[in-house]
Design a protein around this ligand. Structure first.
Ligand code: MRU
Length: 335
């Protein structure tokens, strides 16, 4: 399959086909573009847990489709909801989208649940486009941006969040340059972000996570732009482990630090970063690399998948409503 479609756009990372979901298996990239066709709850749970589908809004859309399909197949809505919501705890998009589908089902039955899941997908797609337009206005010709993890089309249908302004700049001929931190341990930066930039022909360079301080010190970064897994009422965010380092460094080197997110990632019920549940994943993701052990059998590993960034380190939030310069401004967002 041609991943780039007619206009350099990646095939949708998540889409519904009747009562099944077509999803790009992100664990196989960049070597293989494999599309999975999934239709039952056990497959849906495995797909989220193993990060075949990943990125907060993509998980939300996938969860919405999953719940609507399970309900349509006669599964108890509460059972399906609780199995799906517990697959990954940090990205609030999953819970937000499941809540909307469940409410639609209670109102109008299985058909309404499917319609709501489709609406959620379209809404996120529209938001990502608007984020691209608002975000691009912040940057000039040849801007050099650093991003972490993957917040592109794979992570948020159809243009991504943090990468959407970059795609917009690129298609308007503004020649952005992107530094991509590899994002240990699962390499979402080098495997996925670099892949998305490559297939669109956007200039970029991959670097190890530990090189970011030196990169900034050398004056090679104009701004940092990342996505989020949850944005709290006070403006704190959670994102991929290693995001906090970049935010502290950006402050230290007086570089703007931007966070792009759609409404599915907004959690006004969560007062601050300290209240965000942080997913801790298995040790083998750290201790085994490319099938080889890279830490002794006896060494324990600690593998938090996310960290939290306090609002005071964030220069501005790029949303579908525009660029919000202070955390207090987040109060204009819907509750
Ligand atoms: O563990 P992952 O790969 O799902 O983590 C993803 C991230 O941290 C992304 O930066 C975040 O979900 C934003 S995606 C638009």
């Amino acid at each position: 399959m041609d991943p780039t479609g007619a206009h350099g756009k990646i095939a949708p990372s998540v889409s519904r086909d009747g009562l099944s979901i077509k999803v790009i298996d992100q664990t196989a990239l960049p070597s293989l573009l494999r599309i999975l066709d999934l239709s039952d709850i056990a497959e849906f749970e495995e797909c989220i847990r193993s990060l075949r589908v990943r990125g907060a809004p993509a998980i939300g859309v996938f969860g919405a489709f999953s719940l609507a399909i399970c309900i349509s197949n006669g599964m108890g809505p509460d059972d399906a909801y609780s199995r799906l919501v517990s697959t990954r705890p940090t990205a609030v998009d999953l819970r937000n989208c499941l809540d909307l589908v469940l409410a639609a089902f209670r109102e109008g039955g299985p058909e309404a649940a499917l319609t709501e899941a489709d609406r959620i997908r379209e809404d996120i797609e529209r938001s990502c486009k608007a984020i691209g337009e608002h975000g691009a206005a912040l940057f000039g010709e040849g801007v050099r941006l650093l991003t972490h993890c993957n917040a592109g089309a794979l992570a948020a249908p159809d243009l991504g969040t943090a990468l959407s302004p970059i795609f917009h700049l690129h298609s308007s001929g503004k020649r952005p340059f992107v530094w991509v931190s590899e994002t240990r341990p699962l390499m979402q930066g080098s495997r996925l972000t670099a892949w998305e930039l490559s297939i669109r022909g956007i200039s970029h360079r991959v670097l190890v996570d530990a090189a970011c301080a030196f990169l900034m010190r050398k004056g090679l970064v104009d701004a940092v732009i990342v996505g989020a897994d949850r944005v709290c009422a006070n403006g704190d965010i959670a994102n991929k482990i290693g995001t906090l380092d970049k935010a502290i460094l950006a402050k230290g080197f007086s570089i703007p630090f931007y966070v792009a997110f759609p409404m599915s990632t907004w959690d006004p019920t969560c007062p601050s970063g300290e209240h965000i549940p942080i997913e801790v994943r298995g040790p083998s993701e750290i201790a085994v690399c490319g099938g080889e052990r890279v830490a002794p059998d006896g060494s324990e590993c600690w593998n938090p998948a996310f960290d939290t960034v306090p609002a005071e380190l964030i220069t501005a939030y790029i949303t579908d409503r525009g660029v919000l310069k202070r955390p207090g401004k987040l109060s204009i967002l819907p509750r």
